[in-house]
Write a protein that binds this ligand. Structure first.
Ligand SMILES: Cc1cc2nc3c(=O)[nH]c(=O)nc-3n(C[C@H](O)[C@H](O)[C@H](O)COP(=O)(O)OP(=O)(O)OC[C@H]3O[C@@H](n4cnc5c(N)ncnc54)[C@H](O)[C@@H]3O)c2cc1C
Length: 349
């Protein structure tokens, strides 16, 4: 096994609050690694409502959810956080005082002085399609995400779904798969019109097959799928020979592994914290954003931003013990401006 990554802070979740935590921690000289099960940055904003307008971010009368994520990424750029996307944090254990070992389902291991749980409503997990007997194939020849495109080179791939993920992976895998079939229930797609047009062009050129219907059964052995049985909307049945099945039926949010990290959860789903610094019952472990609970909690982005600022003050004690923390404004502190990479502003007369 490779050496663990040593860092000041591991942030579980790269939603808006995990991202802003990088800023507040960075101003106080703490380096961060962020882990997210999604293959993109931005949490609910990026996954659930990227184009919806948000009107209640202080000082920003209007932005789209993706616009907010992009602005946060720009704001935290000076702090050079490291991202580990497509990985789920599975375990977190205390190995020192405080020092934590954090492990992901992809085998990445961290050793950090502080853990910040910014896991929102929990981990996004793929919805399993209603195909009887699909379980034995999962992870071997049925996949709910594409971690490495190369794994599908020269394979006969069957993609099922009509949303953005199904269409994006159809476009991306068509050039490397031996044969690719896109199967959808009906001729209307939820994916962006641009992707649908590109997919239709591929179909027109004979580079992919587009089929309407639903998978009703799978055949294969030892976890390796050989064919899918498909029922058309008219009721007839036929087979599609395939080596890999990629069903994209959307995502649901589940608390996931956080439930096993030793917290007494509020309503079985939220991590109680104190409102002085948003630390959990475990010293050195903080919970901010939608995942936490305290009397009066509001699941708003602005609440999470406030929580991140106070969390960073206490985290500093663990990461830089004995070092005095001086409260400073970014408007007037040349040292903070240096960290942000902006030219120091002259004091006004
Ligand atoms: C449709 C909609 C509209 C909204 N509109 C507004 C609005 O106008 N104003 C407002 O303030 N709020 C709004 N919200 C709420 C807002 O989006 C949330 O408050 C905000 O996203 C919380 O941010 P977060 O970073 O705490 O969590 P999230 O955005 O949920 O991000 C958490 C991340 O943690 C990851 N994660 C969880 N567990 C693990 C694990 N074990 N390992 C790795 N990664 C993990 C998840 O994959 C996720 O990406 C809206 C929400 C929705 C759904």
């Amino acid at each position: 096994m490779s050496e663990p990554i040593k860092t000041d802070v591991v942030i579980v979740g790269a939603g808006p609050i995990g991202l802003f935590a990088v800023f507040e921690l960075g101003l106080l000289d703490m380096k961060c690694h962020l882990v997210d099960i999604l293959d993109k940055i931005g949490g609910q904003c990026a996954e659930l409502y990227p184009e919806k307008p948000i009107y209640d971010i202080p000082g920003i009368p209007y932005t789209s959810a993706q616009g907010l994520v992009d602005a946060l990424l720009q704001q935290i750029k000076p702090f050079n956080a490291q991202y580990h996307l497509g990985e789920m944090v599975e375990s977190m254990e205390k190995i020192g005082g405080p020092l934590f070992r954090v492990r992901t389902d992809q085998g990445t291991e961290f050793e950090s002085k502080v853990v910040v749980i910014a896991a929102g409503g929990g981990s996004f997990q793929p919805k399993r399609p209603p195909i009887p007997g699909i379980e034995p194939y999962e992870g071997t020849s049925v996949f709910y995400a594409v971690r490495k495109m190369e794994a599908f080179r020269d394979k006969r791939v069957l993609i099922v779904g009509g949303g953005d993920s199904a269409l994006d992976w159809t476009l991306n895998l068509a050039p490397i798969a031996r044969h690719l079939t896109l199967l959808h229930r009906r001729s209307e797609f939820r994916a962006s019109p641009a992707s649908v047009n590109k997919m239709m062009a591929l179909e027109g050129e004979g580079k992919i097959d587009l089929v309407f219907g639903q998978v009703t059964a799978l055949e294969g052995s030892g976890g390796q799928i050989a064919k899918a049985i498909v029922k058309t909307n008219e009721g007839s049945t036929f087979e599609i020979a395939c080596d890999a099945l990629l069903p994209f039926f959307g995502l649901t949010m589940k608390l996931g592994p956080v439930a096993n990290w030793g917290f007494e959860l509020h309503n079985n789903e939220l991590i109680p914290v104190n409102t002085e610094n948003f630390e959990t019952s475990m010293p050195g472990v903080f919970a901010i954003g939608d995942i936490n609970w305290y009397p009066g909690k509001l699941k708003l982005i602005l609440s999470g931003f406030h929580e991140a600022a106070l969390m960073a003050q206490k985290a500093h004690h663990y990461v830089h013990p004995g070092k005095r923390l001086v409260f400073q404004y970014t408007t007037s502190s040349t040292s903070l401006q240096k960290k942000l990479g902006v030219a120091p502003q002259r004091a006004q007369a």
